[in-house]
Design a protein around this ligand. Structure first.
Ligand code: PEP
Length: 246
């Protein structure tokens, strides 16, 4: 399976940031992996025109509703219309700051698929949960609750993002990543059966140009979800280049 390197710009970027996407487009040689960039929703349409389909774009969240009186929300069809092909769902910052539950994430995933978007569904334990050695049960619960039946390799990727590794410069050891990815693979098989076959499991949390090669080339890691280091084309390109062809 080709690995996927996805960038999550979070709430960063205005029109001037489109230059980073143009730089990315101009420097993307024959990369050994698939690429996705998820800028803020306000930039998707302009980014879509600027990069002329050089790589896919995604949103960072969507509503579970199709339309109506939901001030400030953005539907999956709106993201699609703006030029998105995918959407990140259940990011820990959505769960933490907006109180998103597993059930809501699952409803959003169904809405995204119905609109023709693929989804990246995020799971991951907090620092306290890892200290208490509860990471496996926490992630099992998140997979069971957030990933609806009907998820397949074609419409969904999972991102394992330990909350304590996001934006902190800390990363799990290679062994910890391998163990968790194997655990998530078995949770997906238990929950989805055949549907789980070939589904990408990305790692996310402080991936940067210095640690990308070591993390991205682990056999159990099918790609990365990159926050801070995706904002500058030069850094993101180094991460993309770290994926070895196989
Ligand atoms: C993220 O928020 O998805 C993320 C992985 O952030 P960072 O790479 O900055 O830790």
């Amino acid at each position: 399976m080709r690995k996927l390197v996805a960038g999550n710009w979070k709430m960063n970027g205005t029109g001037t940031s489109l230059a980073e996407l143009e730089a990315l487009k101009n420097s993307l040689a024959q990369s050994a992996c698939d690429i996705l960039v998820c800028p803020p929703a306000t930039l998707i349409a302009r980014a879509h025109w600027a990069i002329k389909g050089a790589f896919p774009l995604g949103g960072q969240d969507c509503s579970s509703k199709t339309s109506g009186a939901f001030t400030g929300d953005i539907s999956a069809a709106m993201l699609k219309d703006a030029g998105a092909a995918s959407v990140i769902l259940g990011h820990s910052e959505r769960r933490q700051y907006h109180g998103e539950t597993d059930a809501q994430v699952a409803e959003k995933a169904k809405a995204a698929w119905a609109a023709g978007l693929t989804t990246i569904i995020c799971v991951g334990e907090s620092d306290g949960e890892r200290q208490a050695n509860k990471q496996n049960s926490i992630c099992h619960g998140q997979i069971t609750g957030s990933v609806p039946k009907g998820a397949t390799a074609a419409n969904t990727a999972i991102a394992y993002e330990p909350v304590w590794a996001i934006g902190t410069g800390k990363t799990p050891t290679n062994d910890e990543i391998v163990q968790m990815h194997a655990h998530l693979r078995s949770c997906l098989t238990e929950s989805l059966g055949e549907g789980a076959k070939g589904m990408r499991i990305l790692y996310g949390g402080s991936v940067n140009p210095s640690n990308a090669e070591q993390i991205l080339n682990l056999a159990e890691v099918d790609g990365a979800l990159v926050g801070g280091a995706s904002l500058k084309a030069a850094d993101f390109l180094k991460i993309i280049a770290a994926v070895r062809p196989h």
